[in-house]
Design a protein around this ligand. Sequence first.
Ligand code: SF4
Length: 408
Amino acid sequence: MSGTVRGPEPQVGACDLSGLTHPVSGGLAPFRPPRAAYIHVPFCRRRCDYCDFTLVVGRDGMVRRYLAALELDLDRLREPIEVDTLFLGGGTPTHLEAQDLHRLMELLQRWFQLAPGAEFSVEANPLDLLDEARTEVLRAAGVNRISIGAQSFQADELRLLSRDHQGTDVCEAVARIQNWIPNLSLDLIFGVPGQTLESWRENLERALALRPQHLSTYGLTIEKGTRFWSLTKSGRLRPLSEDLESRMYEMAMDFLPSKGFHQYELSNFAQAGWECRHNQTYWAGATYHGFGPGAARYLNGTREVGHRSTTTWLQRIETGEDPVGHRETLSDENRAREALILGLRRERGVCRQEFLRDHGSDLDQLGGVTWTKLVTRGLVESTATGYRLTRAGRLLADSVTVELVGNE
Ligand code: SF4
């Protein structure tokens, strides 16, 4: 199940028409069978104050029930399938005890056959990787990409984020897995209250010193319902200014490419050939499977999301009810608009021919005069094959896509 996960380096502005199913002359290409699967593992040691993900804390007694329910959920596949990417996210998949993690891996091996060179990713908490038994389960199962939630290397920032680890734990975790894991990714957060440009730069440098293949940098968002939200509302937490947060993002956009990490997506940087193949499935608007509470899947133009409450998801599966919390069949137009939004997140941008093949839509007509306006304002670049965000556009990506999606 293990193997190298290097892929071809994406080229800016290049189209990928290798999978062309019919001549590019209009009409919607049929949906291709999914080659990617996501499994949501909804357990964490504690809930970080900024997190609004689907998960439970202090309910480890529920893990066995979850595994039994997941087994039933996977039955929907009817027969084992081959995938190019398998991604375990959460929550914290590595929070499971080694024997439960082993059971999960056995379950996945029964249903998913990894294609040669497939990417098998697991999100991990640094502290869990200090446990030899857990890492041995991951190694033996053929996991070949680990994404560590480092977030910061500064004690005060980690404390404010209510993380349960120290910067040194990340270093130790990496040291323990680096001899067998070919593809290491680290997550970092910028825009943390109290963070400075200097401390952000130090975080980037310390992350690179661990020699990862991939880095994800996320601006802190304060989501409704989180503790950060109420602290902000009551004035006890002061978010950084938008200007400072933008300068931190720009710092990452300058610094990481200078060290050989190209920005292949708004929040993601990788050495050439080490881009996350699983997440690229989403940004390409392709189909994918998803299992577990809160997990999304996209099949035949319909998006379904497992119920976001872990207990409701469990009860529904156990009683034979539909565990889907949200289901939406996208119209052809909405499908195209969504693909446009996702496609613009990528460095390569969106390609006219690919878009016509995969979404049956004319890219120029879809954006209409908004394209010209965005190009004039320097937010979008017109390439030989389509459009992509400029550096200024990446800083304002949300408002750019709102302008395009709002275009009728
Ligand atoms: S470890 Fe990750 S998933 Fe778990 S609570 Fe913290 S941010 Fe959320």
